[in-house]
Design a protein around this ligand. Structure first.
Ligand SMILES: [Zn+2]
Length: 263
């Protein structure tokens, strides 16, 4: 029998405790993608959220006050990405720094989530993921995206995709994956990244920001994969396919199932 450390025991108790009804109510109200899940997926996500909240520290800046709504929505959105993966994909997340709204930053540091490229100008950022460091999130943007999906933009998905990418110690748009997945991943992502960069597609579905580098390409593709899955599957079938294989999820099927149920 394996002996638990006191911390492991506290964590197990936290994960085994019932998921509070108030949190469920918050997620049902705030997070459209929560409504897309079936019972089994939701049970699993609830366990991940409880573990995430035990493991990760939130920091509050610029007058934003700590609430359950923020912690639960951010955790659930982050954990949706790893619903089919191991929790070790978030080992590079040291803490989550919550800002009330976008912050201004000069030039490029890490991976600024602004419209432009490296610059000396002051650029607004909605979020940032630092290698071996914290994730920064603008709460107003995160909340808006969760309630109004299908734009292809979600700062939480974007920043936590960077963290998944960084789980092997480098932000290169190649998250840790099985050998069997790597070749197809490389073939599809390289082709689609080059096409976005060269502007060979007249009407690209992916945001231009994905052309900055392969790390941003992966983060932008992840946003689209979870936020506009049916659309992405129709228009970027190969890219949708490799992401679906990597994440071990099929959000397009989930979106269709939800639409059918609510017709
Ligand atoms: Zn980014």
């Amino acid at each position: 029998m394996r002996i638990e450390t006191p911390r492991q025991r506290r964590r197990r108790h936290a994960v085994e405790a019932p998921f509070p009804d108030e949190w469920r109510t918050l997620l049902a109200a705030d997070m459209v993608h929560w409504r897309w899940l079936d019972d089994e997926e939701r049970d699993h996500l609830e366990c991940l959220v409880k573990g995430f909240l035990f493991d990760k520290r939130f920091e509050w800046v610029d007058g934003l006050e700590e609430t359950d709504e923020i912690k639960v929505l951010v955790s659930a959105s982050a954990c949706l990405l790893i619903l089919g993966l191991e929790t070790a994909y978030y080992r590079d997340v040291t803490s989550i720094i919550m800002h009330p709204t976008q912050t201004a930053q000069r030039g490029q540091r890490g991976a600024p989530e602004a419209a432009g490229l490296a610059t000396d100008a002051i650029v607004p950022i909605l979020g940032e993921a630092m290698l071996h460091g914290p994730v920064l999130i603008a709460w107003d943007s995160a909340k808006r995206s969760a309630a109004h999906p299908n734009t292809g933009h979600n700062v939480i998905y974007h920043e936590f995709a960077h963290k998944i990418d960084m789980a092997d110690g480098s932000a290169d748009g190649r998250p840790p994956m099985t050998k069997a997945q790597q070749d197809r991943w490389e073939e599809v992502c390289r082709r689609e990244y080059e096409a976005l960069k060269d502007g060979t597609n007249d009407d690209p579905l992916l945001d231009d920001y994905g052309a900055v580098n392969r790390a941003e390409f992966f983060a932008v593709a992840t946003e689209l994969f979870f936020d506009r899955p049916v659309h992405m599957q129709q228009r970027e079938a190969d890219l949708y396919g490799v992401l679906s294989e990597f994440y071990r999820q099929d959000p397009a099927e989930r979106e269709r199932r939800y639409a059918k149920r609510n017709r």
